[in-house]
Design a protein around this ligand. Structure first.
Ligand SMILES: C[S@@+](CC[C@H](N)C(=O)[O-])C[C@H]1O[C@@H](n2cnc3c(N)ncnc32)[C@H](O)[C@@H]1O
Length: 306
């Protein structure tokens, strides 16, 4: 047929390219592997090797669709969420990123057990300050104190000055780790928060902080991994063997597990609850899987007599 004649049911230029390139490589159709790195990534849309942002947005979108009306209201009370240009989807008119989606879930879990209005909150390891932002936007706290390493502390100070109003920002206290023992502390904090950071400290440092929580706080919320993993298919260990070794060595929970096996994760629950109990006598009043990451657990403990 000459090139000027139109054929019925002809392949598009896109499929012509697939047929000429991917199908041309015999290994792409190898029955033993074609679903993991072969032609199936042209039959489907979910090639994990090149679709990081697609996966993140899909995850946020799906989580956003499950937010309760109360959590949507919590999210809407947090202004200036677009500062820092997060990866965002739009759901029911709201711009939503992963960090604040998780923040409202965390707030939901905690506020069911601790009276936050008028209270004092202490956070250890706050990152850029998303949790502080979410708490202050939703509750009339008396104080929110952040303990952190100096560089992260400077980051959260800059961010929170930008996103909070003057009245809210005045309630935030920043304490560098080197100043903890010399700082003047209030009688008690109503809540201590640690999200995704005890697992990155040495076990000795975590023990020091648990002692501080026992002495200074009435309640403790932790959300951290239940263990470690060594599955190179997840990230290709792109940051190198040294970084992997450091990650494996930190935190109080260092069992290596299959983090995408729900039985294996649930099997670490008792160790998690024991490792993060600040001291004898503290009672865990709620715990469970901290979605969406398969191997994160959350728990809320109350001090004796609280
Ligand atoms: C992975 S980030 C988590 C940030 C935040 N909690 C969140 O979920 O967005 C870990 C945080 O722990 C802090 N951190 C690490 N070692 C610490 C230490 N010894 N004392 C206090 N904070 C520490 C880091 O500076 C950082 O702010």
């Amino acid at each position: 047929m000459d090139s000027g004649t139109k054929r019925k049911y002809e392949q598009s230029p896109q499929w012509a390219q697939i047929n000429d390139s991917v199908f041309a490589d015999e290994s792409a159709t190898d029955l033993a592997r074609f679903k993991s790195d072969g032609i199936n990534y042209k039959f489907t849309m979910w090639d994990p090797r090149i679709n990081g942002v697609r996966y993140l947005k899909t995850l946020i979108y799906n989580l956003a669709s499950t937010l309760s009306p109360e959590n949507v209201a919590r999210l809407r009370r947090i202004g200036n969420r677009q500062v820092g240009a997060p990866v965002t989807i739009t759901y029911d008119g709201d711009a939503i990123c992963m960090d604040y989606l998780l923040a409202v879930q965390e707030l939901d879990f905690v506020s069911g057990h601790v009276e936050l209005d008028g209270g004092r909150v202490l956070e250890i390891g706050a990152g850029y300050g998303r949790t502080c932002h979410a708490f202050l936007a939703n509750h009339d706290l008396a104080e929110y104190c952040i303990i952190d390493l100096p560089k992260s502390l400077e980051m959260s100070r800059r961010y929170l000055r930008e996103v909070l109003d003057e009245h809210q920002f005045a309630k935030v206290r920043f304490v560098a780790v080197g100043d903890i023992d010399d700082a003047a502390w209030p009688e008690r904090y109503d809540l201590c928060v640690n999200i995704n950071s005890f697992a990155e400290m040495t076990a000795e440092t975590v023990a020091d902080y648990l002692e501080l929580i026992d002495v200074r706080c009435r309640a403790f919320y932790t959300k951290n991994p239940v263990g470690k993993y060594l599955d190179a298919s997840l990230d290709g260990h792109v940051q190198g063997a040294g970084t992997v070794a450091l990650a494996l060595s930190t935190g109080p929970l260092t069992d290596i597990i299959d983090i995408h096996d729900s039985d294996a994760v649930a099997g670490e629950r008792a160790k998690f609850l024991s490792a993060y109990r600040p001291a004898d006598g503290w009672v865990c009043v709620a715990d469970g899987w901290a979605k969406p990451w398969s191997f994160y657990w959350q728990a809320l403990y109350l001090a004796p007599g609280a």
